[in-house]
Design a protein around this ligand. Structure first.
Ligand code: ADP
Length: 256
């Protein structure tokens, strides 16, 4: 479990997040939503110790996050940023990067590291392109390679900033299903999504941010019913059941 207590955060002493109090439970998916510039990425960066808060505390396993050493923290939490410089290496080597916090001074992977990487490759079903250069992969394939790297890092807490950005509907749903599997392994997932409908369908909790403050953080049901999403984004929402077996589908359209 990870907790944000009275967090104020920002850049050059200018506040972007104001008095954030949130906790992310083990084995759940929490999705942060909100308009561009409201502070979603800043929240992920602060919760993962990339950005130091101006005030307040981030508590992980009962300890302040700043008390952990680099490698020690990298064994507890992983962060997949939205924009990345794609390295000029094979998919296999990128997945192996996930093992770096566990390697010794020589940085040579051991048999155990290779087994963990093979397992991640198998789970994500990416044997076909594992020896290709990451720069030659499609958006969906390269996103899976990054998720395999996160899987190989084997942390309890996983932060994902826009993991489905630029993907078509099938790849988007495939990535969301993989994230659901990470949760079923007992991991704590905190992610940012722009797609409101996906956010409500795939999360245990949805946190709506507005101008650096939490408007509501609750189950998708409760967030939907509050109509706060409609107010913040100036949209009209409805919910449809595809059939008796299916979960609800959420639809958002422009207010006219
Ligand atoms: P979101 O993820 O919701 O789009 P961000 O957290 O990226 O929002 O940004 C929130 C605010 O912080 C914006 O006004 C943005 O311009 C500002 N900001 C983000 N990153 C930086 C930075 N590195 N330096 C200064 N200001 C930043």
């Amino acid at each position: 479990m990870i907790e944000l207590k009275n967090i104020t955060a920002g850049y050059n002493r200018i506040e972007v997040l104001n008095n954030i109090n949130l906790s992310f439970e083990k084995g759940t998916i929490t999705t942060i939503i909100g308009k561009n510039g409201c502070g979603k990425t800043t929240l992920l960066k602060t919760a993962s110790n990339i950005l130091k808060p101006l005030s307040g505390e981030v508590i992980i396993d009962g300890k302040d996050i700043s008390a952990f050493q680099g490698k020690e923290l990298a064994k507890k939490l992983s962060f997949l940023p939205q924009t990345r410089n794609v390295p000029n290496i094979t998919a296999y080597n990128l997945v192996m990067h996930g093992r770096y916090p566990y390697l010794g001074f020589s940085r040579t992977p051991k048999e155990e590291d290779r087994e963990i990487v093979s397992k991640a490759v198998e789970v994500l079903n990416m044997e076909e392109y594992i020896n290709k250069n990451v720069r030659r992969l499609s958006g969906g394939q390269s996103q899976k390679v990054y998720l395999a790297m996160i899987l190989a890092q084997n942390t309890d807490v996983v932060f994902l900033d826009e993991p489905t950005i630029y993907l078509d509907i099938n790849h988007k749903l495939e990535i969301l299903e993989i994230i659901k599997r990470l949760k079923e392994m007992g991991k704590t997932i905190v992610m940012v999504l722009h797609d409101l409908s996906n956010a409500l369908s795939y999360s245990d909790k949805v946190c709506l941010l507005e101008k650096g403050e939490v408007v509501i953080c609750d189950t998708p049901e409760k967030v939907f019913e509050s109509k706060e999403i409609d107010r913040v984004f100036n949209v009209k929402s409805t919910r449809i059941a595809l059939d008796a077996e299916e979960q609800n589908q959420y639809v958002f359209c422009l207010k006219r």
